[in-house]
Design a binder for this molecule. Sequence first.
Ligand code: SF4
Ligand code: SF4
Length: 127
Amino acid sequence: MPTSKVPDCAACGQACCRYVATEIDRPTCKRDYDNIRWYLRHANVFVFRDHDGKWYLEFETRCEALGEDGFCTAYETRPKICREHGHAAEGCEFHSGHPPHDVRFETAEAFERWLDARGVDWRWARL
Ligand code: SF4
Ligand code: SF4
């Protein structure tokens, strides 16, 4: 996370401070697939699966504590999740070259193609 001591965060444009992600259930049924299709119909909402097989809903939104100079304006009281995140000097996902996801969807169509490629029956019967 951006600190006054780790200017390397400028290299990725402070990516960590521009989204939030929350874990969701691994999709296993038509209702789950449909919910993900619905999430992905919304602007700035994405879905990804990490390298441990956990699924996440991601919202692209800038933290209001991120200063215009790229540094955290709430550094002393920043949330624990920010404190625990490895910063550039420790090899974060940006500098290590390893993205946090093994698959990520930006559109409902991309998710549908991914399901189709795996032979998943996600379509509801027409009413
Ligand atoms: S810790 Fe890494 S990914 Fe996060 S803002 Fe800094 S350089 Fe970017
Ligand atoms: S509190 Fe600070 S370190 Fe945490 S996301 Fe916001 S700007 Fe980044």
